[in-house]
Design a protein around this ligand. Structure first.
Ligand code: FAD
Length: 291
């Protein structure tokens, strides 16, 4: 199916994009970056914006920079760039691991991290990892710039804390402490590659090898990505034996209102969340110990 007719605008700067968002708010307006989430829903006529603002040519919105406090990833950075960038491999290997598992080559070449977080698909990969990494979103609106901690960003089905006249300009990922390991485990939908369930774990060990800190992010299970707080609490401060990890990750679905749809039943998702959380924590612990 073809999309409804729309007027195409090409923004030369973030400020211009914000002005256009405000100007056309009443008629229906959308930003477009890689187009790999927006165009499919426009073709299905689930979204019918009268105006499209292309932000793909805005200078300075793509690219990755590494500092002592972590990584700053421009909103237009593609999945492929995250998959292959040496600074990401060094400072946030979890993101490279996730990027490599997004869709297929074409999707990875066009899709952007800013588009992924703004779209907030409940089965997108990055939200789980960004929750586990404790990232923050840098956004710009008519009143200037603000940062939104990831824990406050994803609020519901395809819904974020962004205002309609705000643009995501970057994602900031803090530097990981030493003795930290990360892992992303995903059961992919065989047709699209989206996560039926995906679990990311970031584990920091203390000098004795016990769990100093842990964050577990879950995607695909509920209507938005979330932390597995009960499992985290059961692991923090503990010696990470197989039994302790199994008992804790059997609580990874606690607090998630599990989706039940054509892709998987709620009960299947529950078992996947628990099993993938266990695998993610085990792999992260092994990687933390290897450093
Ligand atoms: C076949 C297929 C398979 C896929 N498989 C996966 C997968 O396995 N895992 C996965 O996570 N994703 C998957 N995706 C989605 C893909 O990763 C998209 O690229 C991504 O979700 C959206 O990024 P985009 O740049 O294409 O955004 P767009 O489609 O351009 O935009 C998406 C939404 O975000 C808004 N937006 C875009 N950029 C910004 C910004 N900077 N600030 C504010 N709002 C913005 C747009 O207005 C729109 O509402 C798949 C897509 C396809 C078509």
């Amino acid at each position: 199916m073809n999309p409804s007719p729309f007027t195409y605008h090409r923004a030369g700067s973030v400020g211009e994009a914000i002005d256009l968002l405000r100007e056309h708010e009443d008629a229906g307006v959308k930003l477009i970056a890689g187009g790999h989430s927006l165009l499919p829903v426009m073709k299905l006529r689930l979204a019918e914006p009268a105006h499209l603002i292309d932000i793909g040519g805005i200078a300075g919105l793509a690219g990755i920079s590494a500092g002592t406090d972590g990584l700053t990833i421009g909103a237009l950075t593609t999945h492929r760039a995250l998959e292959t960038d040496p600074a990401v491999a060094r400072h946030a290997p979890l993101l490279a691991e996730m990027a490599a598992k997004v869709g297929d080559r074409q999707v990875r070449a066009r899709g952007t991290i800013g588009g992924t977080v703004a779209h907030a698909d409940p089965t997108a990969d990055y939200p789980a990892g960004l929750l586990a990494l404790g990232a923050e979103m840098v956004v710009q609106g008519p009143d200037g710039e603000r940062t939104i901690p990831v824990a406050e960003f994803f609020v519901g089905f395809l819904t974020t804390a962004l205002s309609p006249d705000e643009v995501v300009t970057a994602v900031r990922v803090p530097a990981l402490p030493s003795l930290t390991g990360t892992s992303y485990q995903k059961l992919a939908n065989q047709a699209s590659g989206y996560a039926v369930v995906g679990v990311a774990a970031v584990v920091t060990l203390d000098a004795a090898g016990a769990c100093a800190d842990i964050r577990i992010g879950v995607t695909g299970a509920g209507d938005h990505a979330t932390r597995a707080a009960a499992a985290e609490d059961a692991l923090r401060g503990q010696s990470l034996t197989d039994e302790v990890i199994k008992a804790a990750t059997d609580r990874a679905d606690e607090g998630i209102d599990l989706l039940d749809d054509i892709h998987a039943s709620a009960d299947y998702r529950r078992r996947m969340v628990r099993g993938l959380a266990r695998r993610a924590v085990l792999a992260a612990v092994e990687r933390a110990g290897a450093k």
